[in-house]
Design a protein around this ligand. Sequence first.
Ligand code: ZN
Ligand code: ZN
Length: 278
Amino acid sequence: MNPLKKIVLDAKKKHQPLDLHLHTRFSVDVINGNSFEEYMQAGEAIGIVPGFLDHFQAEKVGDKRYPFHEENVTNYFNAYETAKETGLRSFLGLEIDYYSPELHGDWNRITMEWLDRHKKEFDYLVGTVHDVFEGTITIPAELDGLLKTHSFPEIDAEYYHVLDRGIELGGFHGFAHLDVVYRFCGDKGVLPGKKEYYTDERTVAGMAACTRHDIVIELNLRGFDHPWNSTYPAEPLFQRFKDLHPKAAFFTGSDSHDVKTFERYAPVIRRYTERLNT
Ligand SMILES: [Zn+2]
Ligand SMILES: [Zn+2]
């Protein structure tokens, strides 16, 4: 069985809420971040089992300062081993960038080779798309840059194209924040929000493809901190999909980059865990 699905089903049986999308200081977008232990201690206190999902980006893996560079990765696994010696509960996952096969097939190959060497160390592997054309859509300045050479409909069409390929070909146990391309659409965002983004049929097609390929869909809750101000996938979409497809599997994630955010999201995690389990 898909190991991520097993984690989710076991937790459901025990009524145990999970937050399986947490970034430690091993993620390069985290400054002064937290350790595995700090999250595990916080998780114990708030009654939520943490799952780690640091960023794996193939284009960085050749950089000697990168935590997942071949010479550093032992440090990373040792840090987790040491944290596990506390006996506190947690899971180890990885948020893995998937790239356009047409533009960056070489990066996807590097990822697959790295995973062949190290995937046995992880409890679950989650695919994600952050890069569209030559920019990262989850960084406002880069999205701004992309908009100088592409229209937003071109950007979101390319995003959904890469997403489809990643679900189809990536071999992941889960897929993260399916409609994150709309993160900065809304109040004080890079672009105005539009109603139709919250009912995008391409997001539904993504959930259907995940379900067909036995991939667990992330219900990412961090969108409430973004101009988007909803879940990823958007609230009406995941709810309808879950009602129509009782076999579809979801996991909850706060996408926290520090322990304070993890603690702040505890009630949200609990609320949506309940929603998914009823
Ligand atoms: Zn992400
Ligand atoms: Zn993340």
